[in-house]
Write a protein that binds this ligand. Structure first.
Ligand code: KG4
Ligand code: ZN
Length: 353
């Protein structure tokens, strides 16, 4: 089974072809990602209108390259077209989904409208052959969630952030420090020469039973330090970055422990701890999660950084997982800028719509 995946929900224009054999092992045949970071950097964040225009300009070229890199494939060589249909910025979602529908229609192939969060959740089954059920720790620019992944299409959110997402906190702190956008990778880089013990930043929710996150108090504490200092030398910036990253580490580990406890209580023993989202590219956080896994005796599935950040391969793989179960979508599928993963939440969102 061979599927084309299209991803346009945020600031990456991406397409990929993934193949699965009868034994259900997946193989990435091509994975083309065009980052729009340079276009958004002057504004210090993703500008929806700029993102939409950039997707329109690049998408057909990116898809052509993905098909070519996969072995000069034709659409006729595919078994289905998967396009991210949300959640995300509506302009981008419409462009990718419409393109997916057009290719599906023209080539008489089934369409799979993929939930972007589901694609992050299932990536570890492609990269690490993770088996259900597992605990997913999703940390991206827009989402911070702990999700019990019980099966394809069967997700229970057991924790979430009450305010900012972790990636968002990285990006906001980066902005406060005058670092280029996005702040996450910049903070990791600057932390290398910094003293993680110089500033004692708060670890909100620490020790709480419920596996939720809160980041805004930490962000405010960083702002106060920055404002109190006036001008910051490079050494100060490094210390703020290292101290902030140390706080994030503690938060991630403590909240994931709470998530594991909750998972065991409700669903029994998880098969693995799976990590996804752009923040999972952070090598210090990766190390901390490795320590947590070995301490708890749990298998850790940590996809390579390029598959933690947004990409087309994860959409194609989610398409394969759904297609195998006969879960296809009609060409009238409407884009969903908001699309919660949780089965309960989805019912609530559906009732409201
Ligand atoms: O999953 P992603 O590519 O896009 C979505 O938000 O869906 O995640 C992007 C986020 C940004 O907030 C970025 O700053 C953060 O991931 N990020 C990092 C690192 N690389 C990317 N955060 C911390 N350390 C990194 N190395
Ligand atoms: Zn994402």
């Amino acid at each position: 089974m061979r599927v084309l995946g299209i991803e346009t929900t945020c600031d990456e224009t991406a397409a990929a072809v993934v193949e699965a054999n009868a034994g259900q092992d997946g193989r990435i045949l091509s994975n083309v990602v065009l980052s729009q970071i340079a276009e958004h950097a002057p504004y210090g964040g993703v500008v929806p209108e700029i993102a939409a225009r950039a997707h329109v300009e690049a998408l057909d070229r990116i898809i052509k390259k993905a098909m070519h890199d996969a072995g000069k494939l034709d659409f006729a060589d595919l078994d289905g077209i998967a396009a991210a249909a949300g959640p995300g910025l509506i302009g981008g979602v419409m462009i990718g989904l419409t393109m997916g529908k057009a290719i599906a229609l023209a080539s008489s192939k089934p369409l799979v409208a993929v939930n972007h969060l589901e694609a992050h959740a299932l990536t570890a089954r492609l990269t690490d052959k993770a088996s259900f059920p597992y605990l997913l720790l999703l940390m991206s620019g827009g989402h911070t969630q702990l999700v019990a992944v019980l099966g394809v299409g069967d997700y229970v959110r057991i924790g979430t952030t009450l305010d900012d997402a972790i990636g968002e906190a990285f990006d906001k702190v980066g902005k406060l420090l005058g670092l280029p956008f996005p702040g996450g990778p910049q903070i990791e880089l600057n932390s290398r020469d910094g003293d993680p013990a110089r500033f004692d930043f708060p670890r909100p929710m620490h020790g709480r039973e419920t596996p939720d996150f809160s980041l805004s108090g930490l962000k405010t504490a960083v702002r106060q330090v920055v404002q109190a200092h006036g001008h910051l030398e490079q050494a100060d910036i490094a210390d703020v970055c290292a101290s902030f990253q140390a706080a994030i580490l503690d938060i991630v580990v403590d909240r994931t422990r709470a998530g594991l406890r909750e998972f065991r209580k409700r669903f029994g023993l998880p098969q693995a701890l799976v990590v996804a989202g752009g923040v999972a590219a952070n090598s210090v956080i990766r190390q901390a999660l490795l320590r947590l896994a070995s301490e708890t005796g749990l298998r850790l599935a940590l996809p390579p950084p390029a598959l933690c950040t947004d990409n087309g391969a994860m959409i194609a793989w989610a398409g394969i997982e759904r297609l195998r179960l006969g879960m296809t979508d009609g060409l009238d599928f409407a884009p969903r800028p908001r699309w919660p993963l949780d089965r309960q939440m989805e019912k609530i969102a559906g009732a409201k719509a």
